[in-house]
Design a protein around this ligand. Structure first.
Ligand SMILES: [Zn+2]
Length: 434
């Protein structure tokens, strides 16, 4: 029997996504929050689909990641993954698009009556979003051996006061188990990792591109700064004697904007961003010169050297702003993530696949993190983005027009086929990855 036609496959994926949305959403959007009842229901739905469509049983690893595997004829495997979990009030595509597209890959082999050249694993990573406890990429980080479960998770509590270890226990997962997930992942002998996801931003929409090739996930440097001056009466304090902490923070925010503009190149690879998302002023009333101001800075770039230059310049800017306004500044680190560039060989397959379906192959970096970012240091990794329109996510208004969804799924199927045909991959050119 021949493989199902790719358009029919894409249609089936879209129908499944609609079915899951109906099953796991309410008027506020998707409610598949990790470790909770709706999430478990969504996973049961997936398990039943795998059972019926592929004829294999799903399994769970010790970190709670859910695996569906179709044995291949040769050694090694490829892993196709994303996440079924959503933020509360999330959209119908974030994460599940990649998991259901993976399911379709398995169904195609099953229906075609062919054995894949290597085993294909489809994984639904547990708690990608971190929506309930604040730690995102939990399952994929555990599999990558990049999670200190006791140090990072033991103390986390949700808004209802439930401890993360207790929520894990409801799902038969323990912190010790989380620490063993890497061994399971290694036992699969993965040769490549592939992920299809929605962009979640406006870039492809603005370019009118339905599908894009992801270059990697940007590195992140995130800090909280505290400018400390002196609170004073707004009428009594003359300008030259003020120590206005807010003005220093405001100057810093404008300087960070200038730093990001200066470092942004013209190509997708050289796009960078800087954001001051939180500002807290004290004492915070209209007749007070602000005595302290806390401000956050989140810097992102795909090139690690550029990211470090941005951070150095931001530090200089903060010191200069503090000096000018006669205040002091302290930095506290919040998050440090190195850039995760994807595999050049797989990206070449992705470019060919996207071009075959859409006529061109636009590239873009991912500002948001994805499970693929945890995989990239371990195994050659590539990702394809479907356009988001409107270019927003983590809301029920998240959407991708069906023609773009169709193209993204077909391009992804081609990427999988090309990857399978090329395994084992020839050594990377400069061999610096892994
Ligand atoms: Zn996602």
């Amino acid at each position: 029997m021949p493989l199902p036609e790719e358009r029919a496959s894409a249609r089936r994926v879209i129908e499944d996504l609609k079915e899951l949305a109906k099953l796991t959403s309410n008027e506020r959007g998707a409610q598949r929050v990790a470790w909770g009842p709706v999430w478990r229901e969504a996973r049961d739905w997936f398990t039943a689909k795998v059972d019926r469509g592929v004829g294999v049983k799903t399994t769970r690893d010790s970190a709670g990641n859910l695996w569906a595997s179709l044995p291949g004829s040769g050694k090694g495997s490829i892993v196709i993954g994303s996440h079924i979990d959503s933020v509360p009030g999330g959209g119908w595509l974030d994460g599940v698009l990649g998991v259901v597209a993976g399911l379709e890959v398995l169904r195609r082999f099953k229906e075609g009556g062919t054995t894949p050249p290597v085993t294909i694993h489809v994984v639904d990573w547990a708690d990608e979003e971190g929506a309930r406890f604040g730690r995102s990429l939990t399952g994929s980080a555990a599999s990558a051996g990049a999670l200190d479960a006791h140090g990072e998770l033991a103390h986390l509590v949700d808004r209802q006061g439930v401890k993360l270890p207790d929520a894990l226990a409801e799902n038969d997962v323990t912190l010790d188990g989380m620490m063993q997930a890497r061994a399971y992942f290694d036992s699969l002998d993965p040769l490549a990792y592939l992920e299809l996801h929605i962009e979640q931003g406006p870039v492809l929409e603005e370019q009118r591109d339905p599908v894009g090739v992801v270059l990697g996930t940007m590195g992140v440097e995130r800090y909280n700064l505290k400018f400390v001056g002196q609170a004073a009466h707004s009428g009594a304090a003359p300008l030259h004697l003020r120590k206005d902490a807010f003005l220093a923070a405001a100057q810093f925010a404008l300087d960070c904007r200038a730093i990001s503009v200066r470092h942004s190149g013209k190509t997708p690879r050289t796009r960078v961003v800087a954001t001051c998302g939180v500002v807290k002023v004290e004492p915070n009333f209209v007749t007070a010169v602000p005595g302290t101001t806390e401000i956050s800075i989140d810097l992102r770039a795909l090139d690690g050297k550029v990211l470090q230059s941005m951070l150095r310049e931001a530090k200089k800017a903060a010191a200069a702003a503090a000096k000018k306004h006669l205040v002091k500044v302290e930095w506290s680190p919040l998050l440090h993530i190195t850039p995760r560039p994807f595999d050049e060989r797989l990206m070449a397959f992705a470019r060919t696949a996207v071009k075959e379906v859409t006529g061109k192959a636009p590239e873009l970096p991912s500002g948001p993190l994805h499970d693929a970012a945890e995989m990239a240091p371990l195994v050659p990794t590539a990702m394809i983005f479907a356009q988001s329109s409107p270019g927003i996510s983590h809301t029920r208004f998240e959407d991708t027009p069906e023609p773009a969804l169709d193209k993204s799924i077909r391009a992804f199927l081609k990427l999988v086929d090309a990857t399978l045909a090329a395994l084992p991959l020839a050594p990377a050119k400069r061999g610096k990855r892994r």
